[in-house]
Design a binder for this molecule. Structure first.
Ligand code: F6R
Length: 340
């Protein structure tokens, strides 16, 4: 709209103080000064932010809160001018995320978009943003966008912490490993055949629990989301520390459970979870680190979620094929959810 101007050209000439401010404004500085970072998204995009949250907390030193977009809107949760709200969305068009963006903007927060779609509503509506550049994702179930979202948020976290000398070594180590990540992912893709065998074993099951914690809490949620979304098997991702507060009651000799017990800071606790589940005769599938020592030096724990989800994506895929459901167009779901 031209507003009070006669022509668009005239309007755009007059807009230059604002457009230049947006272009040269140091958004990183503004994020660093914010009192809180909120990650806002739906489904897999929410899970990706959850997976990267520990790295953001560690490197920015800023409190991070997680918001499922619809829930934030239902509550009309408080958002302030001193907040940075980061909107994570593969399509950049998800209705709830978009409405949450309008809400955060009207409350004066700095709004950052992380999308995979240049020119999408969220990319256009945010003050600044990052393009995933993951390439077009056609399958309704988000897979490659998930790992790219985590990678981008990790890089953002490192950029936020760049002034801290005490974490410089760790930042460099993470960057080195990030560059090697594609080849690590290539390695885990070789597990396809094993995942097919596992899927053959699980295909008749009614239900699957996935226990994760720490860096892999989000991996458990995302694995369960993928399994239910495409294979139409009930699956639930559980933060393992909460096991005794309810989920343990479900465990008997019939229930299949995946325990993510990768060699990281949570390993000892996960081993104890594993023993307790075993003591209740749970039928466990344990996801663990191969060739521990070597793998350990190569992969920073905080980057593990990008590796660990891959075999689980393959598992969800193979389960769906075995169960005879539509992989790319799961029942009742759409790639871009533009209605509420
Ligand atoms: C899960 C999945 C959905 C989307 C969700 C958000 O595999 O595809 O949960 O992640 O609908 O979509 P975007 O990221 O486009 O906002």
């Amino acid at each position: 709209r031209k507003g009070n101007f006669e022509h668009f050209m005239q309007k755009e000439i007059h807009e230059q103080p604002d457009s230049l401010t947006m272009t040269i404004r140091d958004h990183l500085k503004t994020i660093r000064r914010s009192r809180r970072i909120l990650f806002i998204g739906c489904g897999t995009s929410y899970n990706a932010a959850l997976a990267a949250r520990p790295v953001v907390e560690e490197h920015s030193g800023i409190p991070v809160t997680m918001e499922i977009a619809s829930d934030l809107l239902d509550r009309q949760g408080p958002i302030y001018r001193e907040d940075t709200a980061i909107f994570v969305s593969q399509s950049g068009e998800t209705a709830y995320t978009l409405e949450a963006l309008e809400y955060a903007k009207s409350n004066g927060a700095l709004c950052v978009g992380i999308t995979n779609t240049v020119g999408s509503a969220i990319a256009r509506g945010t003050h600044c943003g990052i393009h995933l550049n993951a390439g077009c994702e056609i399958g309704v179930a988000s897979t490659k966008a998930y790992t790219s979202q985590i990678a981008v948020i990790v890089m953002l976290a490192l950029a936020l912490g760049v002034d801290s000398l005490s974490t410089q070594q760790r930042r460099n180590a993470i960057m080195d490993v990030l560059y090697n990540l594609p080849s690590k992912v290539r390695d885990v893709l070789k597990l396809d055949r094993d995942m097919k065998e596992l899927a053959a074993l699980l295909m008749e099951e009614q239900s699957l629990l996935v226990f994760g914690r720490g860096y892999n809490y989000a991996t458990a949620l995302e694995c369960a989301l993928k399994v239910k979304q495409v294979s139409l098997m009930h699956a639930e991702g559980i933060v393992a520390g909460d096991m005794k507060h309810g989920p343990l009651a479900l465990v008997d000799e019939t229930l299949r459970i995946i325990v993510i017990a990768i060699r990281d800071a949570s390993l000892n606790k996960q081993q104890s979870v594993r023993q307790q589940l075993k003591a209740r005769k749970g039928r466990l599938i344990v996801m663990c680190t191969e060739g521990d020592a070597e793998f350990m030096c190569l992969i920073e724990h905080c980057l593990q979620p990008m590796i660990n989800i891959v075999p689980l994506q393959l598992l969800a895929y193979q389960l769906t094929v075995f169960r005879g459901f539509n992989v790319d167009q799961p029942r009742n779901l759409a790639k871009s959810v533009t209605t509420q």
